[in-house]
Design a protein around this ligand. Structure first.
Ligand code: NAD
Ligand code: IPM
Ligand code: MN
Length: 361
C-alpha cells in the first residue's frame, strides 16, 4: 500500500519520541512491502520560532492532503508566558478542529510486566482494558474566551449534534469490545452536562439497544477509575474531563509515556499522538519513553490505513519488549533503558514478530 504521512515532531521530547515512531513505521513498510511517504512539517513552538505561527499554512495543507498525521508534542516554558500572544498549543487545537477530529481514542491497557510501576495495587490492575473516547473539538476549549479587567471568561458550549456523533462513535467501538459504555459528565451542576446526558441516553436507547450505558459524575469517576478500573470498558466524555481523566488513567499503566491516542473524524485523515506533552523537565536528555508514540503508530496503521495485521505486529513487539523488562526511567527501572535503547528493542522484536506474520501470509 502507498500512504502519505505528515510527521509533526513539535517541541521538547516531541522530536525524540517521533524519531522512534518513524523508525517503527519505516520498519513496518520494509517488512510488509508498503510505501509510506513521510514528510516533516513544523507545528507548535518550533513553528512559532520559524515563522511566528504555531500552525503554518503549509503544515495544515499537508495534513489535509495526507492519509494520516503523526505528531510528537507541542509546548514548553519558552512560549508559556501568561502574556504570550501566540501559543504552541493553539497550533494543535486549530489542527484538530480544522481536520474535524472530534473523537479522541485513548486506550488504557496496563501491561502485566509494568503493574509494579503503578502506584495502584497490582490486584486492582490485572485485566484492566478500557478505552476513553474524549470529545476533542468542542466544550470549554473552543468556547469564546475573554478578559474584562478583573474578570476572565471561558465559555463551555455543546450542541446536540456534537454530542450525538461522539456518543455514536463510542457505542460503535463498544460493540467491538464488551458492549459497555460509561458516559461521564457533571450533570448535577452543568447545563452542558445535562444536554450531554440527555443525548447520550437517547442515542444509546434508540440506536444501540445492545449496548449497556451508564452515567457517572466526573468527580466520582476520578475516584472509581483508581478503585475499580476493571469495571470500565468504553468511557465517553467531554473534552476537558477526558483530558484530565486520561492523564490520571495513564498511572494505571505505570507512566504517561506509555499511552497512545488516535484522533478521528468522519473524514479519511486521522491524527496520532502520545497523550503526554513535551516534558520540558526531561527534554534533550534522550530518556523519554517512546512507547506511547510507537503505539500511536499501531493506531495509525489500524485506523487510517486499515492495516490490522501490521498494527498487531507493532503492539506485540511493544508487549514483548516490556515482557523482557526493557523499561525507561519513568517506570522506575534500576538500570533504565533510554529512548534509543527502547526503540531498538522494539525494532528487534518487530523483526521477529513481522517475520512470523510474513510466513503465515
Ligand atoms: P507532560 O505530559 O509534558 O509531562 C508530565 C510529566 O510526565 C513530566 O514529569 C514528564 O517528564 C513526564 N513524561 C511525559 N511524557 C513522558 C515520556 N514519554 N517519557 C517519560 N516521562 C514522560 O505535561 P506538562 O509538563 O504538564 O506539560 C508540558 C508542556 O506540554 C506544556 O506546554 C503543555 O501544554 C504541553 N502538552 C502538550 C501535549 C500535546 O502536544 N499533545 C499534551 C500535554 C501537554
Ligand atoms: C493533550 C494536551 C492538549 C489538550 C493541550 C496541549 C492543548 O494536554 O493532548 O492531552 O489539552 O488537549
Ligand atoms: Mn492532556
Amino acid at each position: 500500500m502507498h500512504a502519505e504521512i505528515a510527521v509533526l515532531p513539535g517541541d521538547g521530547i516531541g522530536p525524540e519520541v517521533t524519531a522512534a515512531a518513524v523508525a517503527v513505521l519505516n520498519a513496518v513498510a520494509r517488512h510488509h512491502g508498503h510505501m509510506f511517504n513521510l514528510h516533516e512539517y513544523a507545528i507548535g513552538g518550533a513553528a512559532i520560532d520559524a515563522c511566528g505561527d504555531p500552525l503554518p499554512a503549509a503544515t495544515l495543507v499537508a495534513c489535509r492532503d495526507a492519509d494520516a498525521v503523526l505528531l510528537g508534542a507541542v509546548g514548553g516554558p519558552k512560549w508559556s508566558a501568561p502574556e504570550a500572544k501566540v501559543r504552541p498549543e493553539q497550533g494543535l487545537l486549530t489542527l484538530r478542529k480544522a481536520l474535524g477530529l472530534y473523537a479522541n481514542l485513548r486506550p488504557v491497557q496496563p501491561h502485566p510486566a509494568t503493574l509494579g510501576a503503578s502506584p495502584i495495587k497490582p490486584h486492582l490492575l490485572a485485566g484492566v482494558d478500557l478505552l476513553v473516547v474524549r470529545e476533542l473539538t468542542g466544550g470549554i476549549y473552543f468556547g469564546e474566551k475573554s478578559r474584562d479587567g478583573d474578570i476572565a471568561r471561558d465559555v463551555c458550549e455543546y450542541s446536540v449534534a456534537e454530542v450525538e456523533r461522539v456518543v455514536r462513535r463510542a457505542c460503535t467501538l463498544a460493540r467491538q469490545r464488551r458492549g459497555h459504555v460509561t458516559s461521564v459528565d457533571k450533570a448535577n451542576v452543568l447545563e452542558t452536562s445535562r444536554l450531554w446526558r440527555e443525548v447520550a441516553t437517547r442515542v444509546a436507547r434508540d440506536e444501540f439497544p445492545d449496548i449497556t450505558l451508564e452515567h457517572q459524575l466526573v468527580d466520582s469517576m476520578a475516584m472509581h477509575l483508581l478503585s475499580k478500573p476493571r469495571a470500565f470498558d468504553v468511557v465517553v466524555t467531554e473534552n476537558m474531563f477526558g483530558d484530565i481523566l486520561t492523564d490520571e488513567a495513564s498511572m494505571l499503566a505505570g507512566s504517561m509515556g506509555l499511552l497512545p491516542s488516535a484522533s478521528l473524524g468522519d473524514g479519511r485523515v486521522g491524527l496520532y499522538e502520545p497523550i503526554h506533552g513535551s516534558a520540558p523537565d526531561i527534554a534533550g536528555r534522550g530518556i523519554a519513553n517512546p512507547i506511547g508514540a510507537i503505539l500511536s503508530v499501531a493506531l495509525l496503521l489500524r485506523h487510517s490505513l486499515g492495516l490490522d495485521a501490521e498494527a498487531s505486529c507493532v503492539e506485540q513487539a511493544v508487549s514483548a519488549t516490556l515482557d523482557d523488562g526493557v523499561f525507561g526511567a519513568d517506570l522506575g527501572a534500576a538500570t533504565p533503558a533510554n529512548t534509543v535503547a527502547i526503540t531498538r528493542a522494539v525494532l528487534h522484536r518487530l523483526d521477529s514478530h513481522c517475520q512470523v506474520a510474513e510466513l503465515r501470509d
